[in-house]
Design a protein around this ligand. Sequence first.
Ligand code: PLP
Length: 422
Amino acid sequence: MRSCAPASTAGSSPAREPASPGLRAQFPALAETDAVYLDSASTTQKPLPVIHAVRGYHESRTANAGRGSYPWASRLTAEIEDVRARMARFVGAESDEIVFTGGATAGLNAVTLAWGLTNLGDGDEILYSPRDHASNVYPWLHLRQLLSGFGRTVRLVPYRVNAMGEADIDDIAAKITPRTRLITVGHLHHVFGALTTLEELRGHIDPRIALCFDCSQSGGHLPVDVAELHADFAVFAAHKMFGAPGTGVLYCRRQRHGELSPFLPGGNSAVTVDDSGLRAGAMPRLLEGGTHNIAGILALGAALRVLNEFGMDAVAAHNRALTIALIAGLRRVRGLEFTPGPAYAPCETGYGIVSFTLAGISATDLGFVLSEFGFLVRAGAHCVPDGEPDADSVRVSTHIYNTFDEIDRFTECVATIAEEVG
Ligand SMILES: Cc1ncc(COP(=O)(O)O)c(C=O)c1O
């Protein structure tokens, strides 16, 4: 187990204080409701600086970036590059390794199309988890289908998830062959709430095998360092880290830049044309094209400032403490069964996501009943590909703005519903 001290040394009850006083006032949507928002894994609430960034772009000196030379435009060009540099620092990367995308899904599709299409040969293999988010499964299925049209057969080799919800490292290790070209993992699983870092494999596998991390759930929730992860590719969803929807980031390790082909060739992308066709230019614009989501990128910049002010260690510690309290409260509920995840860990751990089912009521109905009591959670299949187990559950997810009182009231409400349906 990683990132998980035994309960005896972790202390039996983590501090039950809000991360910082007055913090909730920064999230206006929370101030105007009595509802308890426990769905931050779907999207986070937006702090005032993010709201102001989106509004400010549309309200004053609106221009396109990367084009005009007049001050409104050149200021925006500089701001976008500043956000790129700050995002790079936020995840331990260099600016030219940071590509702005339309989201995590777009980032993963960029990896499959800009890297996979040109680098995978007949008989090559990719290791993946069919229980990951569809955005980290379907792009690989799509790539296999596209390549088969070119007469190349790529094998998608599934690996298992263990009871704690982590990728089963022994299973991955056993399935690596000389034809393995890439391993893709969900860094923090969106249903199970478990962390997979692949650290056990480092130094033991062929360094040419590319590692791809879906950091949609970990970005903005705990410190993420792509260099520490030895990631070749990593994707982030800005809207899950206080930013706006429709914005994301693809990290692409510099050593892989020579293997990339253009992703969105067009205006504003780094390609040139000669007699032989398109020539790939420099990263990161090799994988970008067209007008950036300027408002979204500025919002991400504001979100990064807010996250840095809170401090990622403090965010992670608060989510961990809330998760431990949540698991302890739910353990007392009769008929409740946790999906794989930190509830089965041998020591107290947690990253702000817990999922479960309750005997006598479907997850969808339970989600509906909970919303009637003012608790906003996600219920259903959670974008896990069709046919996978645990595809129907209630997911509770927290962030820095959630309180212990909310967790206590939530677990009491689940206990009351359990008594009614039991
Ligand atoms: C693990 C995971 N990957 C990918 C995505 C897709 O992110 P986006 O909405 O930015 O495309 C999500 C969003 O729910 C997710 O939870």
